[in-house]
Design a protein. Structure first.
Length: 643
C-alpha cells in the first residue's frame, strides 16, 4: 500500500548575484576580546570608570571559589600597603639620625631602632609578597575553572534550536576566551591594587612631609600617565591587528603539517602556494609591528621629554625647599624615596590597569554568554512529566522553522512510528530528514503542530527523561577521547556490566575493533598527542552503533548509520536491526535505498513535505520519488574493460 501526495510547488526566489565578484582574503574576523574597540577604552576616563568595577568583579569571583584564600590575599595586600607607608615615615627618622651622626658619631646608635623597623618592615613586606603571590597562583586556576563551569552549565542546558540562532556559535567562541583569561584576572588585580597602594602611601608621605610637593607630584604624573596610555593604546592596536594575521599563520601551519591533509598537500603540490600565503600574512605582521614600534618610540620620546620637564620642576622645588631650610636633609631624602615609589606606582597602575581592562572585556564576553544562555534554558519551555517507554510517537501537522530563518524546513508533517516497527526515511539532501529526527527525539520543538509520546506533547515532558529513552546514531557521530568501554557505555553502565557492552559490540561489529586494541575495552581512544589510539572512521562508526544499542532505549534513531562501513559490516548491522526492533521503535535514515528493504514502512520527504509512504516492494514498482531515486542507484554503466 502506498500513499502519494502531490502539492503545488512554491515559487523559488532567485538568488542574488553580486554585481562584481571579489576575491576574499583569509583573515581572522573574531569579535569580542580582540576587537578594535578595546584601545579606545584605554584612557584615563575609561580606566577610572571600569577599573573599580573590574577589581570588584575579580575579587568577587575569587571570593566565590575560595573565601579563605581571598580573605588572606586581601589582608596581606592591606598590610603590605600600610608597611610601605610606615617604612617611608620611618625613613625620615633614620636619615635624621644618620645625618646627625656625621658630625657626632656617638649618636649613630640612635638610628638603630629606625633601621630595625625599616629592616623588619622590608622583611615582612617580602614575606607578604610571597604569600600574596602564592594565594594568587592558587586562586588563578580555580577562577578559570569556575568561569568554565558557568559556561558549560549554561551552554549545555540551552534548547538545541539556540545553536541554530545566528551569532550563538560566535558568542560561545568569544566566551571561551574569557575562560582562558579568567586565570589572569586575580594576578592583574592584585598587581593593580599593590601599585595603587604604593602610589597612595607615597602620596600620603609626600603630603605629610611638605604639602606643596603633592600638587607638583600630580603635575609630574600627568605627562607620564598620558604618554603611557597612548603607548599602551598603540601596542593594543598593533596586537589586535597582528593577532588576526597571527591566527592565519597558526591556521596555515596546522593545515600544512596535519596528518588529515598531508596526502593532499603532496599530491596536489600545494606547498609553494600555501607558503606564499604564509609569507604574505607574515609580512603583514611585520609591517604592522614596525609601524607600531616607530609610533610608540615617538610617543615615548615625547612623553619622556614632557615628563622630564615636569619632574625637573618637582626636583627643583625640592632642592629649593632644602636650600632655603624649609625642609631638612632627612625629609628631602625621604621625599626622594617617596617620589620614586609614587612614579613606580603610577607605571604599575597604567600597565596593570590596561591589562585588566583587556581581561575585563574577555570576562564580559563570558558573562554575556551565560546570561544569554540562561534566558534560553530548556526548563523555560518544557514540562515536568516523566514519560514511560512509549508505544507510539506521532507528529501531527508539524511545521518547523530554524531560528533566524524565514523559510520553514518542514511543512505540515504527519508521521507515526510505533514500538516494534522499523520506519525508513528517505529523501534528497536538504529535504528535512535530519530535522525530522531531532523533532522525534525532542531535541527541537515544533514551530507549529505537536510531537506526542503516547498522546502527551513533548512540551509537557521532562526533557532529560525523554532523552534517557532515546538513542541516536547521528551522521556526525561523537569521537569521545575516552576508553573504548566509556565510548559505548557513555558513563552509564547497565546492571550486567561488560556483558552488555560485549553484546552491543558484537551486534555492531565493534567487537572486531575491540579485539585489535592494545588494552581491549580499557584502551584510550584519542589522538596520539593525548596518549591514545586513533581509529578509522569506519571503526568509530561501529562504536557509535554499539553505544546506541547498549543504551537499550525505547526510540532508536539511526541517521546514515553505515555510511563509513564496508559491505560486511553494513550487512551485519542491518540483519540484526529487526531483532533490535523487538521492544523499540526504530527510525532509519539512509541514502542507500537497498537498505530500506528491512523497514516495515518507508517515508519519502521532498522539500520538507512527505510525498510518499509505503513498503519497499510497493515503492519500487510505483511511480514516485522513491522509484526515481532507486532507479538512479541501479543505473550504472560499465566501461569496455568490464566486457
Amino acid at each position: 500500500m502506498t500513499t502519494t501526495v502531490t502539492e503545488q510547488e512554491e515559487p523559488q526566489e532567485p538568488e542574488e548575484t553580486p554585481a562584481a565578484a571579489q576575491s576574499e582574503v583569509l583573515r581572522w574576523a573574531h569579535p569580542g576580546g580582540d576587537s578594535d574597540e578595546i584601545p579606545e577604552h584605554i584612557n584615563l576616563g575609561a580606566m577610572r570608570r571600569r577599573l573599580p568595577r573590574l577589581v570588584r568583579t575579580s575579587f568577587a569571583l575569587a571570593w566565590q571559589v575560595d573565601r579563605r584564600r581571598t580573605a588572606l590575599l586581601m589582608f596581606c595586600q592591606l598590610a603590605s600597603g600600610l608597611l610601605s607607608a610606615l617604612g617611608l615615615f620611618v625613613t625620615t627618622k633614620a636619615l635624621q639620625s644618620v645625618i646627625a651622626a656625621a658630625s657626632q658619631p656617638s649618636r649613630l646608635h640612635q638610628a638603630l631602632p629606625s633601621v630595625i623597623v625599616l629592616a623588619a618592615a622590608a622583611g615582612v613586606r617580602a614575606l607578604l609578597g610571597i604569600v600574596i603571590q602564592a594565594q594568587s597562583q592558587r586562586l588563578s586556576p580555580r577562577m578559570q575553572r569556575e568561569v568554565g563551569h558557568r559556561l558549560l552549565a549554561a551552554g549545555t542546558r540551552t534548547e538545541m534550536a539556540t545553536y541554530d540562532r545566528p551569532g550563538f556559535a560566535d558568542s560561545y567562541d568569544q566566551a571561551e576566551r574569557g575562560v582562558d583569561q579568567a586565570q589572569m584576572a586575580i594576578g592583574q588585580t592584585q598587581n593593580l591594587v599593590s601599585s595603587t597602594a604604593t602610589l597612595v602611601s607615597a602620596a600620603v608621605v609626600v603630603g605629610t612631609l611638605y604639602p606643596l610637593l603633592l600638587p607638583l607630584l600630580a603635575l609630574a604624573a600627568v605627562p607620564q600617565i598620558a604618554t603611557s596610555l597612548r603607548a599602551e593604546r598603540v601596542t593594543y592596536v598593533a596586537n589586535v591587528a597582528t593577532f588576526r594575521d597571527r591566527r592565519v599563520l597558526y591556521l596555515l601551519r596546522w593545515y600544512m603539517v596535519a596528518k588529515d591533509q598531508a596526502d593532499q598537500i603532496r599530491t596536489d603540490t600545494l606547498v609553494p602556494f600555501l607558503l606564499g600565503q604564509y609569507r604574505a600574512a607574515g609580512e603583514r605582521v611585520d609591517r604592522t609591528t614596525d609601524k607600531a614600534v616607530s609610533q610608540r618610540a615617538r610617543i615615548t620620546l615625547t612623553g619622556a621629554l614632557a615628563s622630564g620637564g615636569a619632574s625637573a620642576v618637582l626636583w627643583a622645588a625640592l632642592w629649593l625647599l632644602l636650600d632655603t631650610g624649609r625642609i631638612s636633609t632627612a625629609v628631602a631624602g625621604t621625599a626622594v624615596f617617596a617620589l620614586r615609589s609614587a612614579f613606580g606606582g603610577l607605571q604599575g597602575i597604567v600597565g596593570f590597569g590596561s591589562d585588566l581592562l583587556r581581561t575585563g572585556f574577555y570576562l564580559d564576553d563570558a558573562e554575556r554568554f551565560v546570561e544569554q544562555a540562561q534566558r534560553e534554558q530548556i526548563g523555560a519551555v518544557r514540562g515536568t512529566i516523566k514519560p514511560e517507554r512509549p508505544h507510539c510517537i506521532e507528529l501531527k501537522d508539524v511545521t518547523f522553522r530554524y531560528p533566524g530563518s524565514e523559510k520553514a524546513t518542514l511543512h505540515g508533517i504527519n508521521f507515526t512510528v510505533r514500538r516494534g516497527e522499523v520506519v525508513a526515511v528517505v529523501g534528497e539532501n536538504g529535504s528535512g530528514k535530519t530535522t525530522l529526527m531531532k523533532l522525534l527525539c525532542g531535541l527541537n520543538l515544533p514551530t507549529t503542530g505537536n510531537v506526542t509520546w503516547d498522546g502527551t506533547p513533548l512540551q509537557e515532558l521532562d526533557a532529560d527523561a525523554v532523552w534517557r529513552l532515546c538513542s541516536i546514531v547521528p551522521q556526525e557521530f561523537a569521537r569521545w577521547p575516552l576508553t573504548a568501554r566509556d565510548n559505548i557505555t557513555l558513563g552509564q553502565p547497565r546492571p550486567d556490566g561488560d556483558d552488555a557492552v560485549h553484546r552491543a559490540a558484537e551486534a555492531s561489529g565493534a567487537d572486531d575493533v575491540i579485539a585489535t586494541l592494545r588494552s581491549g575495552l580499557d584502551t584510550l581512544l584519542a589522538r596520539e598527542m593525548w596518549g591514545g589510539v586513533a581509529l578509522s572512521s569506519g571503526q568509530w562508526q561501529r562504536l557509535a552503533v554499539a553505544r546506541a544499542d547498549h543504551r537499550d532505549a525505547a526510540l532508536m534513531v539511526m541517521d546514515e548509520p553505515t555510511s563509513d562501513l564496508d559491505a560486511r559490516a553494513e550487512h551485519r548491522i542491518f540483519t540484526g536491526l529487526r531483532a533490535l526492533a523487538a521492544d523499540r521503535a526504530i527510525v532509519l535514515v539512509t541514502h542507500n535505498l537497498t537498505n530500506t528493504a528491512v523497514a516495515d514502512r518507508i517515508v519519502c520527504i521532498e522539500r520538507g513535505r512527505i510525498v510518499q509512504q509505503g513498503t519497499y516492494r510497493a515503492l519500487t514498482t510505483e511511480p514516485g520519488l522513491f522509484r526515481d531515486l532507486w532507479q538512479l542507484q541501479q543505473d550504472r554503466h560499465f566501461g569496455a574493460a568490464s566486457s
